[in-house]
Write a protein that binds this ligand. Structure first.
Ligand code: SF4
Length: 392
Protein backbone atom coordinates (compact mmCIF):
# COMPACT_ATOMS: atom_id res chain seq x y z
CA UNK A 1 0.00 0.00 0.00
CA UNK A 2 2.78 2.43 0.99
CA UNK A 3 4.72 1.66 -2.17
CA UNK A 4 1.84 2.73 -4.41
CA UNK A 5 0.71 5.81 -2.53
CA UNK A 6 3.10 8.07 -4.45
CA UNK A 7 1.67 6.78 -7.73
CA UNK A 8 -1.90 7.32 -6.51
CA UNK A 9 -0.97 10.86 -5.51
CA UNK A 10 0.47 11.68 -8.93
CA UNK A 11 -2.81 10.59 -10.52
CA UNK A 12 -5.25 12.37 -8.25
CA UNK A 13 -3.64 15.09 -6.14
CA UNK A 14 -3.83 18.81 -6.82
CA UNK A 15 -1.37 21.38 -5.59
CA UNK A 16 -3.83 24.17 -6.31
CA UNK A 17 -6.57 22.58 -4.19
CA UNK A 18 -4.10 22.05 -1.35
CA UNK A 19 -3.00 25.68 -1.56
CA UNK A 20 -6.59 26.91 -1.46
CA UNK A 21 -7.36 24.63 1.46
CA UNK A 22 -4.27 25.87 3.33
CA UNK A 23 -5.40 29.44 2.65
CA UNK A 24 -8.77 28.94 4.36
CA UNK A 25 -10.63 27.53 1.34
CA UNK A 26 -10.98 30.86 -0.52
CA UNK A 27 -9.43 32.01 -3.80
CA UNK A 28 -10.21 35.36 -5.42
CA UNK A 29 -9.03 36.87 -8.69
CA UNK A 30 -10.69 39.55 -10.78
CA UNK A 31 -14.36 39.66 -9.85
CA UNK A 32 -14.56 35.96 -9.03
CA UNK A 33 -14.23 34.37 -5.61
CA UNK A 34 -14.29 30.62 -5.19
CA UNK A 35 -15.08 29.13 -1.79
CA UNK A 36 -14.44 25.49 -1.06
CA UNK A 37 -16.41 23.58 1.54
CA UNK A 38 -14.18 22.57 4.46
CA UNK A 39 -14.64 18.87 3.75
CA UNK A 40 -14.96 17.60 0.21
CA UNK A 41 -13.65 14.98 -2.16
CA UNK A 42 -11.99 11.63 -1.48
CA UNK A 43 -12.98 9.94 1.79
CA UNK A 44 -10.87 7.44 3.73
CA UNK A 45 -12.82 4.47 2.31
CA UNK A 46 -12.28 5.57 -1.28
CA UNK A 47 -8.58 6.31 -0.71
CA UNK A 48 -8.11 2.88 0.81
CA UNK A 49 -9.97 1.14 -2.04
CA UNK A 50 -7.86 2.89 -4.69
CA UNK A 51 -4.62 2.19 -2.80
CA UNK A 52 -5.57 -1.48 -2.55
CA UNK A 53 -6.38 -1.75 -6.24
CA UNK A 54 -3.06 -0.11 -7.17
CA UNK A 55 -1.23 -2.33 -4.66
CA UNK A 56 -2.84 -5.44 -6.17
CA UNK A 57 -1.70 -4.35 -9.61
CA UNK A 58 1.86 -3.74 -8.39
CA UNK A 59 1.99 -7.01 -6.46
CA UNK A 60 0.76 -9.23 -9.29
CA UNK A 61 2.89 -7.40 -11.89
CA UNK A 62 5.97 -8.23 -9.80
CA UNK A 63 5.27 -11.80 -8.66
CA UNK A 64 3.01 -13.16 -11.38
CA UNK A 65 2.63 -10.83 -14.38
CA UNK A 66 0.43 -13.34 -16.23
CA UNK A 67 -2.26 -13.32 -13.54
CA UNK A 68 -5.33 -11.47 -14.79
CA UNK A 69 -6.79 -8.91 -12.39
CA UNK A 70 -10.53 -8.28 -12.55
CA UNK A 71 -12.64 -5.62 -10.90
CA UNK A 72 -16.33 -6.16 -10.11
CA UNK A 73 -18.01 -3.14 -11.72
CA UNK A 74 -16.54 0.15 -10.55
CA UNK A 75 -13.92 0.62 -7.83
CA UNK A 76 -15.80 3.80 -6.81
CA UNK A 77 -18.44 5.94 -8.52
CA UNK A 78 -16.22 8.17 -10.57
CA UNK A 79 -15.73 7.62 -14.33
CA UNK A 80 -12.24 9.18 -14.47
CA UNK A 81 -10.94 6.98 -11.65
CA UNK A 82 -12.43 3.86 -13.24
CA UNK A 83 -10.84 4.77 -16.59
CA UNK A 84 -7.50 5.11 -14.85
CA UNK A 85 -7.93 1.64 -13.27
CA UNK A 86 -8.84 0.21 -16.67
CA UNK A 87 -5.79 1.87 -18.25
CA UNK A 88 -3.59 0.09 -15.71
CA UNK A 89 -4.68 -3.21 -17.25
CA UNK A 90 -7.28 -4.17 -14.64
CA UNK A 91 -10.23 -5.75 -16.45
CA UNK A 92 -13.67 -4.55 -15.45
CA UNK A 93 -16.40 -7.21 -15.35
CA UNK A 94 -20.05 -6.94 -14.23
CA UNK A 95 -20.68 -6.14 -10.55
CA UNK A 96 -22.63 -9.40 -10.52
CA UNK A 97 -20.66 -11.48 -13.03
CA UNK A 98 -22.61 -13.26 -15.75
CA UNK A 99 -22.29 -17.02 -16.19
CA UNK A 100 -19.90 -16.42 -19.11
CA UNK A 101 -17.73 -14.10 -16.99
CA UNK A 102 -17.68 -16.62 -14.14
CA UNK A 103 -16.79 -19.38 -16.59
CA UNK A 104 -13.81 -17.31 -17.69
CA UNK A 105 -12.41 -16.95 -14.15
CA UNK A 106 -9.61 -19.36 -13.29
CA UNK A 107 -8.18 -20.48 -9.98
CA UNK A 108 -5.54 -17.97 -8.88
CA UNK A 109 -6.99 -15.03 -10.87
CA UNK A 110 -7.30 -11.86 -8.81
CA UNK A 111 -10.72 -10.28 -8.33
CA UNK A 112 -11.10 -6.85 -6.73
CA UNK A 113 -14.25 -6.17 -4.71
CA UNK A 114 -15.09 -2.44 -4.83
CA UNK A 115 -15.43 0.00 -1.93
CA UNK A 116 -19.18 -0.55 -1.65
CA UNK A 117 -18.79 -4.34 -1.35
CA UNK A 118 -20.50 -7.14 -3.22
CA UNK A 119 -23.38 -9.53 -2.67
CA UNK A 120 -22.80 -12.60 -0.50
CA UNK A 121 -23.71 -14.92 -3.41
CA UNK A 122 -21.26 -13.23 -5.78
CA UNK A 123 -18.42 -13.52 -3.29
CA UNK A 124 -19.18 -17.21 -2.73
CA UNK A 125 -19.14 -17.94 -6.47
CA UNK A 126 -15.77 -16.20 -6.89
CA UNK A 127 -14.33 -18.01 -3.88
CA UNK A 128 -15.58 -21.31 -5.31
CA UNK A 129 -13.60 -20.62 -8.49
CA UNK A 130 -10.44 -20.39 -6.36
CA UNK A 131 -9.78 -16.72 -7.19
CA UNK A 132 -7.65 -14.49 -4.98
CA UNK A 133 -9.99 -11.87 -3.57
CA UNK A 134 -8.72 -8.33 -3.07
CA UNK A 135 -11.42 -6.94 -0.82
CA UNK A 136 -11.59 -3.13 -0.74
CA UNK A 137 -15.01 -2.96 0.98
CA UNK A 138 -15.11 0.08 3.26
CA UNK A 139 -15.25 -0.66 7.00
CA UNK A 140 -18.27 1.62 7.33
CA UNK A 141 -20.20 -0.49 4.82
CA UNK A 142 -19.25 -3.59 6.78
CA UNK A 143 -20.70 -2.02 9.95
CA UNK A 144 -24.08 -1.82 8.20
CA UNK A 145 -23.76 -5.47 7.23
CA UNK A 146 -23.02 -6.42 10.83
CA UNK A 147 -26.14 -4.61 11.99
CA UNK A 148 -28.36 -6.17 9.34
CA UNK A 149 -26.99 -9.67 10.07
CA UNK A 150 -27.82 -9.12 13.73
CA UNK A 151 -31.40 -8.15 12.82
CA UNK A 152 -31.64 -11.26 10.68
CA UNK A 153 -30.42 -13.52 13.52
CA UNK A 154 -33.09 -12.09 15.79
CA UNK A 155 -35.88 -12.49 13.21
CA UNK A 156 -36.16 -8.74 12.84
CA UNK A 157 -36.93 -7.55 9.30
CA UNK A 158 -34.36 -5.05 8.04
CA UNK A 159 -35.81 -1.84 6.64
CA UNK A 160 -33.01 -0.23 4.68
CA UNK A 161 -33.20 3.42 3.78
CA UNK A 162 -31.35 3.56 0.48
CA UNK A 163 -31.49 3.03 -3.26
CA UNK A 164 -32.48 -0.57 -4.03
CA UNK A 165 -30.34 -0.62 -7.19
CA UNK A 166 -27.21 0.84 -5.61
CA UNK A 167 -24.38 -1.72 -5.29
CA UNK A 168 -23.94 -1.02 -1.58
CA UNK A 169 -27.61 -1.56 -0.80
CA UNK A 170 -27.70 -4.73 -2.90
CA UNK A 171 -24.72 -6.04 -0.93
CA UNK A 172 -26.41 -5.04 2.33
CA UNK A 173 -29.69 -6.73 1.47
CA UNK A 174 -27.79 -9.92 0.64
CA UNK A 175 -26.41 -9.83 4.19
CA UNK A 176 -29.97 -9.72 5.52
CA UNK A 177 -30.38 -13.11 3.83
CA UNK A 178 -26.99 -14.44 4.95
CA UNK A 179 -28.56 -16.72 7.58
CA UNK A 180 -31.31 -17.76 5.24
CA UNK A 181 -34.18 -16.67 7.45
CA UNK A 182 -34.01 -12.87 7.34
CA UNK A 183 -36.17 -10.52 5.34
CA UNK A 184 -35.64 -7.00 4.11
CA UNK A 185 -37.44 -4.07 2.55
CA UNK A 186 -35.73 -1.05 0.97
CA UNK A 187 -37.43 2.36 1.20
CA UNK A 188 -36.04 5.36 -0.63
CA UNK A 189 -38.48 8.26 -0.27
CA UNK A 190 -40.57 9.67 2.54
CA UNK A 191 -43.65 8.92 0.43
CA UNK A 192 -42.66 5.22 0.40
CA UNK A 193 -42.05 5.42 4.16
CA UNK A 194 -45.54 6.84 4.70
CA UNK A 195 -47.07 4.10 2.55
CA UNK A 196 -45.21 1.51 4.64
CA UNK A 197 -46.31 3.15 7.91
CA UNK A 198 -49.91 3.19 6.76
CA UNK A 199 -49.69 -0.53 5.96
CA UNK A 200 -48.18 -1.24 9.38
CA UNK A 201 -51.06 0.60 11.06
CA UNK A 202 -54.02 -0.28 8.88
CA UNK A 203 -53.01 -3.19 6.66
CA UNK A 204 -53.96 -2.92 3.00
CA UNK A 205 -53.69 -4.54 -0.38
CA UNK A 206 -50.81 -7.02 -0.19
CA UNK A 207 -50.28 -7.41 -3.92
CA UNK A 208 -50.28 -3.63 -4.39
CA UNK A 209 -47.66 -3.38 -1.61
CA UNK A 210 -45.44 -6.03 -3.19
CA UNK A 211 -45.83 -4.40 -6.56
CA UNK A 212 -44.90 -0.98 -5.20
CA UNK A 213 -41.72 -2.38 -3.64
CA UNK A 214 -40.90 -4.69 -6.54
CA UNK A 215 -37.15 -5.36 -6.61
CA UNK A 216 -36.83 -3.82 -3.13
CA UNK A 217 -37.87 -6.69 -0.87
CA UNK A 218 -36.63 -10.19 -0.06
CA UNK A 219 -38.06 -13.27 -1.77
CA UNK A 220 -41.03 -14.52 0.22
CA UNK A 221 -41.48 -11.19 2.00
CA UNK A 222 -45.05 -10.94 3.30
CA UNK A 223 -46.03 -7.51 4.69
CA UNK A 224 -48.74 -9.15 6.82
CA UNK A 225 -46.15 -11.39 8.52
CA UNK A 226 -42.79 -9.66 8.33
CA UNK A 227 -43.57 -6.18 9.67
CA UNK A 228 -44.10 -7.20 13.29
CA UNK A 229 -40.50 -6.52 14.32
CA UNK A 230 -38.37 -4.22 12.18
CA UNK A 231 -34.89 -2.75 12.38
CA UNK A 232 -33.93 0.32 10.38
CA UNK A 233 -30.46 0.78 8.90
CA UNK A 234 -29.36 3.01 6.07
CA UNK A 235 -27.10 3.12 3.07
CA UNK A 236 -23.98 4.90 4.34
CA UNK A 237 -24.34 7.86 1.98
CA UNK A 238 -27.91 9.06 2.60
CA UNK A 239 -28.97 12.51 3.81
CA UNK A 240 -28.85 12.50 7.60
CA UNK A 241 -32.05 14.56 8.04
CA UNK A 242 -34.04 12.30 5.74
CA UNK A 243 -32.78 9.10 7.38
CA UNK A 244 -33.77 10.44 10.81
CA UNK A 245 -37.22 11.25 9.44
CA UNK A 246 -37.59 7.74 7.98
CA UNK A 247 -36.73 6.07 11.27
CA UNK A 248 -38.94 8.47 13.29
CA UNK A 249 -41.96 7.80 11.12
CA UNK A 250 -41.49 4.03 11.27
CA UNK A 251 -40.87 4.13 15.00
CA UNK A 252 -44.09 6.14 15.53
CA UNK A 253 -46.07 3.69 13.42
CA UNK A 254 -44.67 0.70 15.36
CA UNK A 255 -45.34 2.46 18.64
CA UNK A 256 -48.96 3.17 17.70
CA UNK A 257 -49.44 -0.38 16.47
CA UNK A 258 -47.83 -2.29 19.35
CA UNK A 259 -47.81 0.27 22.18
CA UNK A 260 -45.03 2.52 23.45
CA UNK A 261 -44.13 0.15 26.29
CA UNK A 262 -43.55 -2.72 23.83
CA UNK A 263 -41.56 -0.69 21.31
CA UNK A 264 -38.20 -2.32 22.12
CA UNK A 265 -39.57 -5.70 21.04
CA UNK A 266 -40.79 -4.33 17.72
CA UNK A 267 -38.40 -1.59 16.63
CA UNK A 268 -34.64 -1.13 16.34
CA UNK A 269 -32.59 1.61 14.74
CA UNK A 270 -28.93 2.03 14.07
CA UNK A 271 -27.60 5.12 12.31
CA UNK A 272 -25.20 3.83 9.68
CA UNK A 273 -24.44 7.03 7.77
CA UNK A 274 -20.67 7.11 7.50
CA UNK A 275 -18.54 9.85 9.05
CA UNK A 276 -17.21 11.03 5.69
CA UNK A 277 -20.72 11.54 4.26
CA UNK A 278 -21.77 13.38 7.39
CA UNK A 279 -18.68 15.62 7.38
CA UNK A 280 -19.28 16.63 3.75
CA UNK A 281 -22.96 17.41 4.42
CA UNK A 282 -22.08 19.41 7.56
CA UNK A 283 -19.35 21.34 5.74
CA UNK A 284 -21.74 22.26 2.93
CA UNK A 285 -24.34 23.41 5.44
CA UNK A 286 -21.68 25.71 6.92
CA UNK A 287 -20.69 26.99 3.49
CA UNK A 288 -24.30 28.13 3.00
CA UNK A 289 -23.73 30.64 5.81
CA UNK A 290 -21.53 32.62 3.39
CA UNK A 291 -23.25 34.62 0.64
CA UNK A 292 -22.91 32.51 -2.52
CA UNK A 293 -24.25 33.20 -6.01
CA UNK A 294 -24.17 29.58 -7.09
CA UNK A 295 -22.86 26.16 -6.16
CA UNK A 296 -20.87 23.69 -8.23
CA UNK A 297 -21.00 20.05 -7.07
CA UNK A 298 -18.43 17.79 -8.73
CA UNK A 299 -18.70 14.00 -8.86
CA UNK A 300 -19.91 10.92 -10.70
CA UNK A 301 -23.61 11.02 -11.57
CA UNK A 302 -24.19 7.60 -9.99
CA UNK A 303 -22.54 8.66 -6.73
CA UNK A 304 -25.11 8.63 -3.94
CA UNK A 305 -23.30 10.95 -1.53
CA UNK A 306 -22.62 13.46 -4.32
CA UNK A 307 -26.27 13.50 -5.37
CA UNK A 308 -27.26 14.35 -1.79
CA UNK A 309 -24.82 17.28 -1.74
CA UNK A 310 -26.46 18.51 -4.94
CA UNK A 311 -29.89 18.04 -3.36
CA UNK A 312 -28.84 20.18 -0.39
CA UNK A 313 -27.60 22.86 -2.77
CA UNK A 314 -30.76 22.84 -4.90
CA UNK A 315 -32.81 23.69 -1.83
CA UNK A 316 -30.79 26.88 -1.27
CA UNK A 317 -29.38 28.36 -4.48
CA UNK A 318 -28.65 27.71 -8.19
CA UNK A 319 -26.71 24.42 -8.13
CA UNK A 320 -24.91 22.63 -10.96
CA UNK A 321 -23.95 18.96 -10.53
CA UNK A 322 -21.15 18.27 -13.01
CA UNK A 323 -18.88 15.28 -13.60
CA UNK A 324 -15.92 17.36 -14.81
CA UNK A 325 -14.79 20.83 -15.88
CA UNK A 326 -15.64 20.20 -19.53
CA UNK A 327 -19.33 20.51 -18.60
CA UNK A 328 -18.77 24.26 -18.21
CA UNK A 329 -18.83 24.81 -21.97
CA UNK A 330 -18.80 28.61 -21.77
CA UNK A 331 -19.93 31.35 -19.44
CA UNK A 332 -23.21 31.21 -21.34
CA UNK A 333 -23.83 27.45 -21.16
CA UNK A 334 -23.29 24.66 -18.66
CA UNK A 335 -24.25 21.01 -19.01
CA UNK A 336 -25.14 19.37 -15.72
CA UNK A 337 -26.91 16.38 -14.23
CA UNK A 338 -30.57 16.61 -13.30
CA UNK A 339 -30.95 13.86 -10.74
CA UNK A 340 -34.74 14.05 -10.84
CA UNK A 341 -35.03 13.28 -14.56
CA UNK A 342 -31.72 11.34 -14.62
CA UNK A 343 -30.58 13.33 -17.63
CA UNK A 344 -27.82 15.74 -18.46
CA UNK A 345 -29.41 19.12 -19.15
CA UNK A 346 -28.17 22.48 -20.42
CA UNK A 347 -28.60 25.77 -18.61
CA UNK A 348 -27.94 29.09 -20.35
CA UNK A 349 -26.56 32.26 -18.75
CA UNK A 350 -25.56 30.32 -15.66
CA UNK A 351 -22.50 32.40 -14.71
CA UNK A 352 -23.72 35.87 -13.69
CA UNK A 353 -21.59 38.89 -14.68
CA UNK A 354 -19.93 41.18 -12.13
CA UNK A 355 -18.63 40.35 -8.70
CA UNK A 356 -19.66 36.83 -7.73
CA UNK A 357 -18.83 34.07 -5.25
CA UNK A 358 -19.06 30.45 -6.32
CA UNK A 359 -19.26 27.67 -3.73
CA UNK A 360 -17.59 24.37 -4.60
CA UNK A 361 -17.93 20.94 -3.11
CA UNK A 362 -17.32 17.41 -4.35
CA UNK A 363 -18.46 13.92 -3.47
CA UNK A 364 -16.43 11.34 -1.59
CA UNK A 365 -15.41 9.67 -4.86
CA UNK A 366 -14.12 12.80 -6.61
CA UNK A 367 -10.34 13.26 -6.85
CA UNK A 368 -8.73 16.65 -6.23
CA UNK A 369 -7.37 16.93 -9.78
CA UNK A 370 -10.96 17.13 -11.09
CA UNK A 371 -11.75 19.81 -8.51
CA UNK A 372 -8.70 21.77 -9.67
CA UNK A 373 -9.83 21.48 -13.31
CA UNK A 374 -13.22 22.93 -12.36
CA UNK A 375 -11.65 25.83 -10.44
CA UNK A 376 -9.29 26.64 -13.31
CA UNK A 377 -12.15 26.51 -15.79
CA UNK A 378 -14.24 28.92 -13.72
CA UNK A 379 -11.44 31.47 -13.61
CA UNK A 380 -10.70 30.94 -17.29
CA UNK A 381 -14.34 31.72 -18.11
CA UNK A 382 -13.89 34.96 -16.20
CA UNK A 383 -10.76 35.83 -18.21
CA UNK A 384 -8.25 35.06 -15.45
CA UNK A 385 -5.28 33.11 -16.76
CA UNK A 386 -3.91 30.08 -14.97
CA UNK A 387 -0.54 31.88 -14.49
CA UNK A 388 -2.30 34.83 -12.93
CA UNK A 389 -4.16 32.43 -10.64
CA UNK A 390 -1.03 30.62 -9.51
CA UNK A 391 0.78 33.94 -8.93
CA UNK A 392 -1.85 34.89 -6.34
S1 SF4 B 1 -18.50 7.31 1.46
FE1 SF4 B 1 -18.38 6.44 3.53
S2 SF4 B 1 -18.98 4.29 3.31
FE2 SF4 B 1 -18.48 5.06 1.25
S3 SF4 B 1 -16.32 4.55 0.98
FE3 SF4 B 1 -16.38 6.63 1.82
S4 SF4 B 1 -16.18 6.36 4.05
FE4 SF4 B 1 -16.75 4.38 3.18
Amino acid sequence: MQAVQAQVLTHYRSELVERIRAGGGVLSAGELTVKLAKEFGFCYGVERAIDRAYAAKKHFSEVSPQTPIYLLGEIIHNPEVNDQIRNMGIQIISPKPTDAELENLKSGDAVIIPAFGTEVGTRKKIEAKGCVIVDTTCGDVMSVWKRVRQYSKENVTSIIHGKAKHEETKATTSQARAYGSGHYLVVFTLAETDYLCNYILNGGNKSEFLDKFKGAHSDGFDPDVHLKAVGVANQTTMLRGETMEVQNRIKNAMSQKFGATEIDKHFRFFDTICGATQDRQDALEKLFNDPLNLLIVIGGYNSSNTSHLAEMGEAKLPTYFIKNAAMMESDKMIRHWNQHTLKEVETLDWLPPGKITVGITAGASCPNNLIEDAIRRLFQLRGVSVQELLAN
